[in-house]
Design a protein around this ligand. Structure first.
Ligand SMILES: [Zn+2]
Length: 199
């Protein structure tokens, strides 16, 4: 086995790959402030929902934000983003968490009202987080998904002064008038609330 030349540094390859995907707007000098405002959660990737699928607002000035609503998608991560980007669907959430690695997409700014709870009053006062998976397939509820989501919820609670408890971090099925069952009985609430308080 002879390797005459060392392989190119992995870091250098990654840097080149990253540069190749930087949107041209960033390279051409978009204002720094505009860039930093693209997401509310620093590790989230901006994957905007169609403007037809949420209501522009100026929360928490326009409405108090005092709840986090936990959902399970019943779709894949990719299909969920596609649904939110489809102006016919009339549905969105602020965030989507990917099962395999806990990767976060932000689809609606927290200042705006996502259409996720099926209840206007709850939509106005909550941040909605979708988790990739199905209510009857607990394998989708990975450590990475729980930990990433809990860190996100902890940050949201800190931003708006929301108590980190089950009265304020609720399932979609607990929204008044909801006919949805998510996140379902296999979602580990005690673990989730413990993680949110640990973050
Ligand atoms: Zn839901």
């Amino acid at each position: 086995m002879e390797r005459v030349r060392p392989l190119p540094g992995r870091r250098r390859l990654l840097a080149a790959a990253a540069l190749a995907t930087v949107p041209s707007a960033l390279l051409s000098g978009a204002p720094a402030a505009a860039r930093s405002r693209a997401v509310d959660h620093p590790t989230a990737e901006w994957q905007p929902a169609s403007g037809s699928n949420y209501t522009k607002s100026s929360r928490p000035t326009a409405y108090p934000v005092d709840h986090v609503v936990i959902h399970v998608t019943q779709e894949t991560y990719a299909d969920t983003l596609a649904i939110f980007q489809n102006p016919q669907k009339r549905v969105s959430a602020h965030y989507v968490v990917r099962s395999s690695d806990g990767h976060l997409a932000q689809c609606v700014r927290e200042a705006d009202i996502a259409w996720h709870a099926g209840n206007w009053d709850h939509n106005t006062r909550s941040v909605g987080i979708e988790h990739e998976g199905w209510v009857d397939r607990p394998a989708y509820f990975t450590d990475a998904l729980y930990e990433s989501s809990a860190a996100l919820t902890a940050a949201i609670c800190a931003r708006y002064g929301i108590p980190k408890d089950r009265a304020h971090i609720i399932g979609h099925h607990e929204v008044p008038g909801s006919d949805h069952t998510d996140p379902g009985p296999l979602w580990d609430w005690s673990r989730y609330i413990r993680l949110v308080n640990f973050m």
